[in-house]
Design a protein around this ligand. Structure first.
Ligand SMILES: [Zn+2]
Length: 247
């Protein structure tokens, strides 16, 4: 299949990406890492998730980006027949074209292996709420104060009459950060991702942390509205996660 080219590519990049794909498929770590940005080698080596038994590579698409960088889509095939699509961004440095970041496609937010109620069970109603498709936030039955993170006692009136009403999963971005570093193995293939701290107007302005969907190229602004939805675990095991999207 011919490579789909979008825009006007610099002359040397197509061959370089082709060679890079072959090096990755051959398991040639030295050649693969030589194409990485020197200041990001460790990060890039852990960014993509690939099986060990790769057999072939195929450059599918090359895009000349407005900022002068190039986006490459390379499809890898493993011995078992599985196909994996990676998207890499290439930038031209003084020493030549280098991979700036790479991720698996389709773009999906990371899913931690843990999740669910904490050991003490204090937040169990919140997690049960997610299973029921609701965002439940703790609220004091005495003084009506909203409480997050959950506590065993109201910090305002010391009541233990704590309730878990559902609020709309909608709010505004109070703060956010984009993470490029694969801190744990399950983040491989999902980088970069954006964590947002979302202020919930229906819960008295309490703020919850979550991952923003489709955030790789997203421009995020403080104060912008976001909506949450419930991301069920793919295998039916584990707990749903609340994901946020720009609304
Ligand atoms: Zn209270």
């Amino acid at each position: 299949m011919p490579v789909e080219v979008i825009g006007s590519l610099p002359p040397d990049i197509a061959d370089l990406v082709e060679r890079h794909g072959r090096a990755v498929a051959a398991g040639d770590l030295r050649a693969t890492m030589a194409d990485f940005r020197p200041d990001r080698i460790g990060q890039l080596a852990a960014s993509a998730s690939l099986p060990v038994d790769l057999e072939s590579s195929e450059v599918r698409r090359l895009v000349a980006e407005p900022d002068g960088s190039v986006t490459a889509f390379i499809r890898y095939r493993a011995a078992g027949g599985a196909a994996i699509l990676l998207r890499s961004r290439w930038v031209r440095l003084a020493e030549g074209w280098r991979v700036h970041h790479v991720r698996n496609l389709p773009e999906t937010p990371p899913r931690p292996p843990t999740g669910g109620p904490s050991d003490g069970g204090l937040d169990a109603p919140h997690w049960q709420g997610l299973r029921a498709g609701e965002l439940r936030i703790q609220r004091c039955g005495g003084c009506q104060r909203w409480i997050w993170a959950p506590r065993p006692m109201c910090p305002n009136c010391y009541s233990t009459d704590l309730r878990w009403p559902a609020v709309a999963p909608a709010g505004t971005v109070y703060s956010w950060t984009r993470t490029w570093q694969p801190f744990t193995p399950e983040l491989s293939g999902h980088l970069p991702y954006v964590v947002v701290l979302v202020e919930l107007p229906e819960a008295g302005g309490r703020r919850v942390l979550g991952v923003l969907r489709d955030s790789d190229a997203a421009t995020v602004r403080i104060g912008q509205p976001v909506k949450g939805d419930f991301d069920e675990p793919a295998d039916g095991q584990g707990w749903p996660l609340l994901r946020w999207s720009q609304s």
